[in-house]
Design a protein around this ligand. Structure first.
Ligand code: XUL
Ligand code: CO
Length: 438
């Protein structure tokens, strides 16, 4: 049974190709700055968008026509696994990511739910073994079921907190079983709607308690995945606790959790927070916390998470610049397409086109960013712009040798201050040149 029209593995044909099922820029074996594109990018398919979702929105039912539509229950879950491994094979993508509830239906009791999950994890493990595909990360869905109406780790209801703990415990065990390279915490309903009924202090303390328990349990069972927090400012709640990278980092520091977590930075979450994607990546990078990315894009005219496939080359270039400048690049993380085809793109082939578009956009971003780095385009501008901190009074400041007294003495005898242009427009035109010439 083929769910994607018996397509052969997508090949790289180069930028002149007019073949819609070919890569124009993603050439997995091409070496760039000492690593292949495959190694730099570590692409992953997001199970929830491509196999679980059906194109429904708040105004209408699902539109997606999928080969697994006629199945229900565990049969549906099994058909989706087949479809997932077929798509990974077609796209030549090595990784996938899932929430526990994407892969198995919830039963009437936690016991039954866990039995369903165990069966599906065993099936996924077999498929991973025979295909060589790997799990970039797994996570727990603690936002869909009505029990999480007031949150999971930040609920007011201790029974829900306990249920959430049991759910994450199981997810960590499954992550270990499948050799997941990362484990993601996205606080789906970890936030609040109104302060009038919210004990903000207790909710945040409890979230920290929850994360400490997760760290301890992973250690206890020998699950050595990299733990990732995925910040998002709003949606579904009005105020999500992990608002952005800076907020999440300060939370981790306050609660002594910083050594155990990095960030999974998502493009559309960055823009919802009023930041660019590259801003969020930079903040994570300079704090040694850039772990992985959820590659997608929002719509600048809409105020919600549209999760479109990433096609904006400007953003993919600047994102890849941050990743290349990160110590070890994307490391154990990857480029996960947390993105969905539009409701009107309802045919299975659209899922293939969408991933090709996203992969080519990041491959192109990688090429341009690598060339920018090779030519030290931004580095030389920055070196020169901050040259005043390399010698004299600036070097004293950086070395911690200055005080208000020594600085005042310096300022009092100093000649009139001279500033230099930041040359922003020139730099943007150089960037455009690189984007068209590389
Ligand atoms: C929601 C979102 C999630 C996380 C995993 O906006 O991005 O799918 O990536 O829970
Ligand atoms: Co995401």
């Amino acid at each position: 049974m083929s769910y994607f029209g018996n397509l052969q593995k997508i090949q790289y044909e180069g930028r002149q190709s007019a073949n819609p099922t070919a890569f124009k820029f993603y050439n997995p074996d091409q070496e760039i700055l000492g690593k292949t594109m495959r190694e730099h990018l570590r692409f992953a398919v997001a199970y929830w968008h491509s196999f679980t979702a059906n194109g429904s929105d708040p105004f209408g039912v699902g539109t997606a026509a999928r080969g697994w539509d006629s199945y229900t229950g565990m049969d549906l879950a099994k058909a989706r696994v087949e479809a997932c491994f077929e798509l990974l094979q077609i796209l030549d993508v090595d990784y996938f990511c899932f929430h526990d509830r994407d892969i198995a239906p919830e039963g009437n009791t936690l016991q039954e739910t866990n039995r369903n999950l165990d069966k599906m994890v065993a099936l996924i493990k077999e498929n991973m073994k025979s295909s060589g595909k790997k799990l970039l990360w797994n996570t727990a869905n603690m936002f869909t079921h009505p029990r999480f109406v007031h949150g999971a780790a930040t609920t007011n209801n201790a029974d829900v907190f306990a249920f959430a703990a049991a759910q994450v415990k199981k997810a960590l065990e499954h992550g270990k079983e499948l050799g997941a390279e990362n484990y993601v915490f996205w606080g789906g309903r970890e936030g609040y709607e109104t302060l009038l009924n919210t004990d903000l202090g207790l909710e945040l303390d409890n979230l920290a308690r929850f994360l400490h328990m997760a760290v301890e349990y992973a250690k206890e069972i020998g699950f050595d995945a990299q733990f990732l927090i995925e910040p998002k400012p709003k949606e579904p709640t009005k105020h999500q606790y992990d608002f952005d990278v800076a907020t999440a980092l300060s939370f981790l520091q306050k609660y002594d959790l910083a050594p155990y977590f990095k960030m999974n930075v998502e493009a559309n979450h960055a823009t919802l927070a009023g930041h660019t994607f590259e801003h969020e990546l930079r903040v994570a990078r300079i704090n040694g916390a850039l772990g992985s990315i959820d590659a997608n894009q929002g719509d600048m005219l809409l105020g919600w998470d549209t999760d479109e496939f990433p096609t904006d080359l400007y953003t993919s270039t600047l994102a890849m610049y941050e990743i290349l400048r990160n110590d070890g690049g994307i490391g154990r993380g990857g480029v996960n397409f947390d993105a969905k085809v539009r409701r009107a793109s309802f045919e299975p082939i659209d899922v293939v086109y969408a991933h090709i578009a996203g992969m080519d956009s990041f491959a192109r971003g990688l090429q341009v960013a690598a060339k920018l780095i090779e030519d030290r385009v931004l580095e030389s501008v920055i070196d020169e712009r901050y040259a005043s901190f390399k010698s004299g009074i600036g070097a004293d400041i950086v070395a911690g040798k200055a005080s208000f007294r020594t600085l005042e003495a310096y300022a009092l005898q100093n000649k009139p201050i001279v500033n230099r242009s930041g040359r922003q427009e020139l730099l943007k035109s150089v960037l455009n040149q690189y984007m068209s010439n590389v």
